[in-house]
Structures are given as structure tokens and as C-alpha cells.
Design a binder for this molecule. Sequence first.
Ligand code: PAF
Length: 271
Amino acid sequence: MSEWSREQHRSGKTIGFVPTMGYLHEGHLSLIRQAKELCQLGVVSIYVNPTQFGPNEDLDRYPRDFERDEQLCRSAGADVIFYPDNREMYFPDHFTWVITEQMTQKLCGLSRPDHFRGVTTIVAKLFNIVQPDLAVFGQKDAQQALVIKRMVSDLDFPVQIVVAPIVREADGLALSSRNKFLDPKQRREAASIYQTIQFADREYKKGRRDFAVLARQAGEFLNNRAECRIDYIEFLDAESLESPAADRPVLMAVAVYFGQTRLIDNLILSD
Ligand code: PAF
């Protein structure tokens, strides 16, 4: 992989990169198309990274279908698929980690304590191997995108980070490889996540800034429409993930369990 990248750089070509864990959907394909619009060559990695899963999470049942993914990558214009296995990515005695502090100790970091350490470590490794000029991440994983941007800036990775918009189903559910775990009732009810976000956005547009009350009301709105367990509904500064400040963009972030399946969604509120 690295040899190929070095060769392309030598001949003056630019490389856009989309790291994924496979089981691709239209959201991933939109990232690949964006990478190809911005660079001459597009690389997609497909690797279910074990170090970003907690001990009781869904690593073993995480969906995989390489042949389908390969076709989808090609159809979206990818030039190369990097598809390593665990032994290539982590030697048995791997013990070096990339840790972005602070921003990872909230939202998903609270219920998934080692998750971001796994993400930043694997993304740093993938950047070193693939050597892209630019990498595209999805806004659906808003915290991940901010953490990666911070890692790139703090550690001077020569990679431009582009964040692409969330792609949604017709009823508003954000596309996710995990949606496949929802039974028909859960799938119907999962549309209420986005309805809840829209409810809060309407309130924000009316001038509401009492975020603690708004979060509680949004939780009631969701619980009235879906049988689910809310992990968090939070309003934070859209860049620093600190408490919202006046005149700065606010991120509404939601994580919800439908049975065993944990779904996340978010919106940058605007008036
Ligand atoms: O967003 C994902 O699918 C993963 O967290 C990533 C960025 C591919 C790292 O494993």
C-alpha cells in the first residue's frame, strides 16, 4: 500500500482516503465520491478495528461482506481498496497508542471508555500507511470527526480533513451499518431520533437556549415515540465540545439503544 502511494506522489498525483469498517452504505459511498472529487485517486480502507470495541460490544457480530463492499467501492470510483487483517495491523505485542484527551472524555467516550483511543490509533496508522493528501470522514460520527481533526492538528499530520454531511433514509434515520440489527418495529421507531433532533432545532430557532431543560424535553419527546434507552442527549459547542457559548454553533448529539443496538445522530443547530 505504502509503495503504491509513494509512487503516485512521485508522479504528482493526489490521494483522497476514506477509512471504513466495511459493510458500506450510501453514506460511505458519498464520502468516496467526495474524495474522488477532491483528489485524483481514491483509496478506501476496510478494516473492522478491534481496539475501538469494548469487551461487551458488537465486534464479533459487526456485519462484514467484502465482495459486496468491493463492488460498491468500485461503483463509487475508488481506485484502491486497502483490506488488511489483524496480524498486519497489530503485532501481538502492540502497545503504542495515540490518545486525544479531553474531547474524548464526554459523549460516546463515557459509555465507550477506550473507543477513541482505538480510533485515533488506527487512523494514525492508516494515515502513515496510505499517506493520503486528504481524508474524508462522516459528520454522523461528529465527535470522531472533531477528535481526528484535533489529532491531525496536534500531531502535524500532513493530511487535510474533510467532513461530509450525514446521509439519511427517507424517514430521516441516519444511515449506519448497525441499522441492519433493528427489527421492523425498532426500525420504524428509530425514525423518531431525527424527529427529536428536529423538535430541538425548532425550539432552538425560537430562541431557546436553556439546554438542560431542552435536553430533558427532547428525551421525553423520544421516549413517547420509541421503546428505547437514551444513552445521552447533549448540547455542546460544535467545535470544542465544551459547554455551549453565546454566538457559537451548537452541536446536538444523541445516542440511543434500541435493544442491543446503539445508534447515534446529531445536528449543528442554526437559527
Ligand atoms: O468511522 C469508522 O468507521 C471507524 O471509526 C474508522 C474511522 C474507520 C476507524 O476504524
